[in-house]
Design a protein around this ligand. Structure first.
Ligand SMILES: *[C@@H]1O[C@H](CO)[C@@H](O)[C@H](O)[C@H]1NC(C)=O
Ligand SMILES: *[C@@H]1O[C@H](CO)[C@@H](O)[C@H](O)[C@H]1NC(C)=O
Ligand SMILES: *[C@@H]1O[C@H](CO)[C@@H](O)[C@H](O)[C@H]1NC(C)=O
Ligand SMILES: *[C@@H]1O[C@H](CO)[C@@H](O)[C@H](O)[C@H]1NC(C)=O
Length: 351
């Protein structure tokens, strides 16, 4: 049976649930190999709380989108943070996350927000592409179309994506198994921020018809931006994230900013409870891999500069010979031939 070939690891982080889990199974089970046509497949996803298990059983056809979202979250997170000291590499450890992601850190705030946005994004687009029998194109926008276009085509079904995405992402956060109340509130808040960024990314996309691209007739629909662009937005929010504390406001315990400015947490900001290390040196207890041997950029002035990336420790330079295709020539018809050229590049890695 092909299912037995799947390698799945036991969880040892009991703190990260739901989308955390969504993330974990997606990475642990090779989604493309599971048929998702039997409810027992849901049992493969260890650590689901009963609500989630039921959601899985009742929405088997959504599982490929959810697994794909998990994989996309991983690759987009790593790409978005490739120029930072913390480079999202510990997401590789799934299903067992390191302390950088299993505590209420700024980094976990980003990953939860991104995962929540990605799950809804994936479902919304699967609806529009006709992969899901249960949903189809988004409904036409209520706003009146402009003078030069009409609504048409097939828009991403954001409404359904948000509905099912949040059921999955937030479902188990109700369970007391998923960490302290403060961490649960934090994850719920950050997931909602992720979905808000997703909603804001809905834009009008159009296609021209008419004689040879004259664009005399235009149909437009609402489509979502790429997950990469959503991640870039969330990265800015990560950099500006607010440290919060869990305390009584009136009769109810809430997350409120730690700083003296007395204001409620805003729907647009990511929040975290635990300060992160600077990720300069290796410290497994803190989930820091350190930046030794990371590549840095000598001419950059931002986070990937040798000064910032190497935390002032300095860097080693070495030269590398890269082989590239060059002097490419097009031959009629239809192929291209290229020569191989060697180029020497200077590289810098942190001490
Ligand atoms: C996962 O699936 C991909 C694509 O189907 C395949 O290339 C890869 O070998 C699979 N990995 C494992 C560990 O089964
Ligand atoms: C599920 O899918 C597999 C492979 O596609 C097939 O062999 C099996 O019969 C299906 N099971 C059910 C219950 O549809
Ligand atoms: C991220 O950083 C770690 C530790 O420095 C390094 O081993 C890894 O290759 C980096 N990953 C990427 C994708 O740059
Ligand atoms: C280094 O940074 C500069 C300035 O930001 C940029 O133009 C260049 O492409 C970067 N080089 C590499 C190898 O990333």
């Amino acid at each position: 049976c092909y299912l037995t070939k799947l390698t799945f690891m036991p969880w040892f982080s009991s703190l990260v649930y739901t989308v955390g889990h969504g993330l974990k199974w997606g990475l642990a089970l090779n989604g493309s190999r599971v048929g998702w046509n039997q409810t027992q497949h849901c049992k493969l996803l260890e650590g689901l709380v009963p609500d989630q298990l039921q959601l899985c059983r009742r929405n088997l056809e959504l599982m490929p989108s959810i697994v794909q979202a998990a994989q996309e979250t991983k690759s987009v997170c790593q790409k978005t943070f490739s120029d930072m000291r913390w480079n999202c590499s510990s997401i590789r450890l799934a299903p067992a996350f390191g302390p950088d992601l299993s505590k209420g850190t700024r980094e976990s705030a980003f990953v939860y927000a991104l995962a929540a946005a990605t799950v809804s994004h994936s479902i919304a687009q699967a609806c529009a592409s006709g992969e899901l029998p249960i949903c189809s194109c988004g409904s036409f926008p209520a706003e009146v179309p402009g003078p030069d276009f009409k609504w048409g085509g097939c828009g991403d079904n954001l409404r359904y994506g948000l509905q099912m995405g949040s059921a999955f992402a937030d479902g188990s956060m109700k369970s007391s198994r998923s960490g302290t109340q403060a961490t649960r509130l934090m994850h719920l808040h950050n997931s909602a921020v992720g979905r808000q960024v997703l909603m804001d990314s809905l834009e009008t996309k159009c296609k021209c018809h008419g004689m040879s691209g004259s664009c005399s007739v235009k149909t437009c629909w609402k489509g979502l931006l790429d997950v990469g662009e959503i991640a870039a937005d969330l990265k800015a929010k990560y950099l500006a994230a607010t440290k919060v504390t869990h305390r009584y406001v009136g009769t109810r315990k809430q997350l409120v900013p730690r700083e003296l400015d007395i204001r409620p947490v805003q729907e647009t900001e990511l929040v975290y409870l635990v300060s992160s290390p600077d990720y300069c040196t290796k410290n497994p207890q803190l989930g820091s891999l350190g930046t030794q041997d990371r590549q840095c950029n000598k001419t950059s002035v931002s986070s990937d500069s040798c000064n910032l990336m190497c935390c002032g420790r300095g860097y080693n330079a070495y030269t590398e010979i890269v082989v590239e295709r060059c002097h490419c020539k097009y031959h009629w018809c239809c192929y291209v031939t290229c020569k191989k050229c060697e180029r020497t590049v200077e590289r810098y890695v942190c001490k």
